[in-house]
Ligand binder design. Structure first.
Ligand code: G4P
Length: 528
């Protein structure tokens, strides 16, 4: 049994918590950085335990096996470690592009993010997308420019790109001394210190112009570096805590995850500047982290963590109060009480029963399908947390099964998998076969495989004339009914029974939007 509290640490467990995620484009170094952060926190003994994605060339069909092997990054969705008097909850975001929806949901459960950028590549597509999700909630971002030990782009150029493409102010905390083969370390503006990569020692200097810094570089690079660093110090913005907390400014650290360089500065900054658990928006009010009563929301469901048992783990972020083992909580969606008999914490590859958890913590709740993504648990209050959205899928397919006798079983399986967030399920109003929606094509393969291995169902896809869908609503219910009747063969109900309109193309969707001005067509739906 284990509690993540730091023994003998400050009394306030909430102030000590830092719940964050790492956002990056594949290959920028997220796995490597995660590994190094866990090492700092002592959560794992040896680098390499966070199973890296060695087998990068993977075919779609062997995805399941590979993900299972990869272990931690998929199966363990949260990693808790302690460092500098803080309890860090690092929420993993799935690496594969196709799982962006899961990633978005995870980002609704964090209070801060570390953005990892490859120094040779700058801001890449997926980083930008994930950043936009963070921006929706003004999540503060700490930037780590990685791989300085390789040939890199000019630091000014990188900062400029962050500012321009993300509309985010930057405040470099340190500055790289050389790059690639001549990468010698970093110079920290505020403390006037140099950390050398050769021996990981820190020395204090009189400033960027100090000859001791120049001496670390090849003679022909030293002069240019001094000029550049002095210019950076004079011209660039200083770090501003308030602007960072509001999500307008990012402190930037240069380093190398692989060489374990710059990680300490990064994690120190997370401890010092990243916010403790923030208040969370619910439908009726904002719930503050320091309220005494326990509240939380489920942002992820993971099935088959143990293939021998059909167990499902619901990952819940505690938003307020104190969760204790054995307590009863109200599942607001159904109004029923559930007992939290075996909430779990995750430490690298171990899970352990949690005796207590506080705002900012993520606990795994084993269940057999009672809990869904977006569910709110409270000590009795009827509130529903906002911000676990569902996005209109980009791919729609009709799903069918040869053996008509198994149609009911297929429907049940689809409902369960949709509750888990594997796919979205749309049941057409005209009684035709179920339609599934996904954000990325890989999810389609995963669905077929899971139907087969877990439910023994041989399902297949058929094309459908629909390619886009939108949730529809109207202020006047009669208008919505009129619309639904006129478009009956293009209407469906989602898992919660909410009306969905399907169109054959974005073009025809636009046409319908123009024809029905009183109807709202939405591509995002808040759960519940
Ligand atoms: P990801 O999770 O963001 O996809 O990235 P990951 O950490 O797996 O890193 C991608 C590749 O970049 C890995 O190399 C990793 O070793 C390398 N890498 C990460 N950080 C640094 C760094 O600071 N400097 C350098 N030079 N390389 C770095 P790989 O060859 O694809 O995999 P591996 O076989 O080395 O694990």
């Amino acid at each position: 049994m284990h509690s993540p509290l730091v023994n003998g640490g400050p009394a306030d467990p909430i102030a000590r918590r830092r719940t964050f995620a790492i956002i990056s484009h594949p290959d920028a170094g997220k796995t490597t950085l995660t590994e190094k952060l866990l090492l700092f926190g002592g959560a794992i003994q040896l680098a390499g335990e966070v199973k890296a994605k060695r087998n990068r060339v993977q075919t779609r069909s062997d995805w399941m096996g590979i993900e299972r092997e990869r272990g931690i990054s998929v199966v363990t969705s949260v990693m808790t470690f302690e460092y500098g008097g803080c309890v860090f909850n690092l929420l993993d975001t799935p690496g594969h592009e196709d799982f962006s929806e899961d990633t978005y949901r995870t980002l609704t459960a964090v209070d801060a993010a570390v953005m990892v950028i490859d120094a040779a590549k700058g801001i890449e597509a997926r980083t930008r997308k994930l950043f936009e999700v963070c921006r929706l909630r003004d999540i503060p971002i700490v930037t780590f420019v990685n791989k300085l030990d390789r040939e890199s782009r000019d630091p000014f150029d990188l900062l400029d790109e962050i500012e321009k493409t993300l509309a985010l102010d930057t405040a470099p905390i340190n500055w790289p001394i050389g790059a690639g083969k001549s990468f010698a370390g970093t110079y920290t503006f505020g403390t006037k210190t140099v950390r050398r990569i050769a021996d990981d020692e820190t020395m204090t200097v009189s400033g960027a112009e100090d000859s001791a810094v120049a001496a670390l570089l090849p003679a022909h690079e030293a002069g240019a570096w001094q000029e550049e660093a002095m210019l950076a110090e004079a011209a660039l913005k200083p770090f501003d805590l308030a602007a960072f907390r509001e999500g307008h400014l990012t402190p930037v650290f240069f380093g190398s995850a692989l060489r374990n360089f710059g990680i300490r500065e990064l994690i120190d900054a997370m401890a010092a500047y990243a916010p403790s658990p923030r208040g969370q928006e619910a439908d009726k009010r904002t719930v503050e982290a320091d309220e005494p009563k326990m509240t939380g929301f489920v942002f992820k469901i993971q099935a088959n963590m143990d293939p021998n048992h059909r167990d499902r783990i619901a990952f819940m972020r505690v938003c307020s109060g104190r969760l204790t083992r054995g307590m009863k909580a109200k599942l607001v969606r159904t109004g029923k009480a559930i007992s939290l008999n075996a909430p779990q914490f995750f430490f690298a590859q171990d899970r352990t029963v949690a005796d207590e958890a506080y705002a900012g913590d993520v606990v795994g709740i084993p269940n057999h399908g009672t809990l869904r993504i977006g569910d709110t648990l409270t000590e009795g209050e009827d509130i529903v947390f906002r911000g676990v959205p569902s996005f209109a899928p980009e791919i729609l397919r009709r799903i069918s099964i040869k053996d008509a006798m198994k149609a009911k079983k297929l429907r049940e399986a689809l409902e369960q998998l949709a509750e888990e967030g594997v796919v979205q399920l749309f049941i057409p109003n005209d009684g035709s076969g179920a339609i599934v929606g996904v954000v990325g094509a890989l999810q389609l393969d995963v669905l077929i495989e899971r139907l087969k291995t877990e439910y023994g169902l041989d399902a297949a896809y058929e094309t459908t004339r629909f390619s886009v869908c939108r949730w529809v609503s109207a202020d006047d219910k009669a208008e919505l009914d009129k619309f639904a009747t006129a478009n009956n063969s293009a209407m469906a109900a989602d898992l919660d029974g909410a009306p969905v309109f399907m169109a054959s193309s974005p073009f025809s969707l636009r046409y319908d939007e123009e024809r029905w001005p009183t109807i709202r067509f939405s591509d995002v739906k808040d759960y519940q």
